[in-house]
Design a protein around this ligand. Structure first.
Ligand SMILES: Cc1ncc(C[n+]2csc(CCOP(=O)(O)OP(=O)(O)O)c2C)c(N)n1
Ligand SMILES: [Mg+2]
Length: 327
């Protein structure tokens, strides 16, 4: 899809804001990788680098009180919906100031204040939660919308189809955002997905579209349209965002024998969401290299401060080890 022309001042500001959000997510994730490699972070993490255009394009189409549900690869969703870098790092390092008081870690970050109902380590597990949130919004008449992020791997989970069936029957304000990054763990999605992806949603009568997930402006424009129709009561939608993760499945997956270095280089050089937006704004003479350098400097300072804050922050007291823990 051709993105809309960028001209008015407000639109430029919004595009620069989206660029900044993507740069923040990327810098956050690069720092998480450093924390892992220097053994300062317990456990591991699934990095979102390369996919920033999806989370930012989607969340910039939402209100603060709209809901999202996230996945095991969820840091980008949290930050795009408004989470702070300080509390995100604190959570990853198991500190009391973290979003789950340090007891959730990378794959369970939730933030009620920004409508983030939580990451989920169960592939496809959040589809029921997002659909339930949409049902609640409809019953309460709040005009809130719920967005359900999930990967191509979740297309193999039955719950998604049960949820989509209900959402279609009850015309719920939910948007299913499939982040198709071509792989589920170490398997190309062509080996696991039969037929057309969009046809699965259309079988329930759900409006289904595909978008270039590396073009944040296109993602945002498409989402605005789908969010608007969900908010006015026209029911659910399904959006496939074609994207790519630059790192391995998780931080420990460094050899990536299931794909080629050439394929990676192609995505990084030709389809990078930050380069794409910066290149377009530069070509249209709406911004120059200095603008993007200043954003990079600001973002680096925010990330440096955040990680220092979290490294110095206290752990929860041992006496509360069984508090706020449900399983
Ligand atoms: C129900 C369930 N089955 C298997 C796993 C193990 N697992 C973790 S991530 C993953 C792959 C997910 O792939 P995808 O949904 O495409 O997301 P991506 O990692 O590509 O972002 C699998 C199989 C799991 N966490 N939950
Ligand atoms: Mg995937």
């Amino acid at each position: 899809m051709t993105p809309p022309a960028i001209e008015p001042r407000m639109e430029l500001e919004q595009h620069l804001h989206m660029y900044r959000q993507m740069a923040k997510i990327r810098a956050f994730e690069e720092q998480v990788n450093e924390l892992y490699k220097s053994a300062k972070m317990p456990g591991l993490a699934h990095l979102y680098v390369g996919e920033e255009g999806v989370a930012v394009g989607v969340c910039e189409a939402l209100r603060r009180d709209d809901f999202i549900t996230s996945t095991h690869r969820g840091h980008g969703h949290c930050l795009a919906k408004g989470a702070t870098v300080n509390r995100m790092f604190a959570e990853l390092l198991g500190k009391e100031a973290g979003y789950c008081r340090g007891k959730g870690g990378s794959m369970h970050i939730a933030d009620q204040d920004t409508g983030n109902l939580g990451a989920n380590a169960i592939v496809g597990g959040s589809t029921g939660i997002a659909t339930g949130a949409a049902l609640s919004a409809k019953m309460r008449g709040t005009e809130q919308v719920a967005v359900c992020f999930f990967g191509d791997g979740a297309l193999g989970q039955g719950l998604l189809y049960e949820a989509m069936n209900m959402a279609a029957l009850w015309k719920l304000p939910v948007i299913y955002v499939c982040e198709n990054n071509l792989y589920g763990e170490y398997t190309p999605c062509g080996d696991t997905i039969a037929g057309e992806i969009l046809a699965r949603a259309r079988a329930f009568g759900i409006q289904a579209e595909s978008v270039d997930g590396q073009d944040v402006v296109a993602v945002n424009a498409t989402m605005r349209r789908l969010v608007e129709r969900a908010r006015r009561g026209d029911g659910p939608a399904f959006l496939e965002c074609k994207t790519y993760r630059y790192y391995g499945h998780h931080v420990g997956d460094v050899n990536r024998e299931y794909r080629t270095r050439d394929e990676e280089k192609e995505w990084m050089s030709q389809h990078d969401p930050l380069l794409t937006l910066a290149g377009r704004l530069t070509a249209q003479q709406l911004a120059d290299a200095g603008v993007f350098e200043r954003i990079a400097t600001d973002v680096k300072a925010e990330i440096d401060n955040g990680v220092q804050y979290a490294l110095a922050a206290p752990y929860p007291d041992a006496s509360e080890v069984d508090e706020d823990v449900y399983a």
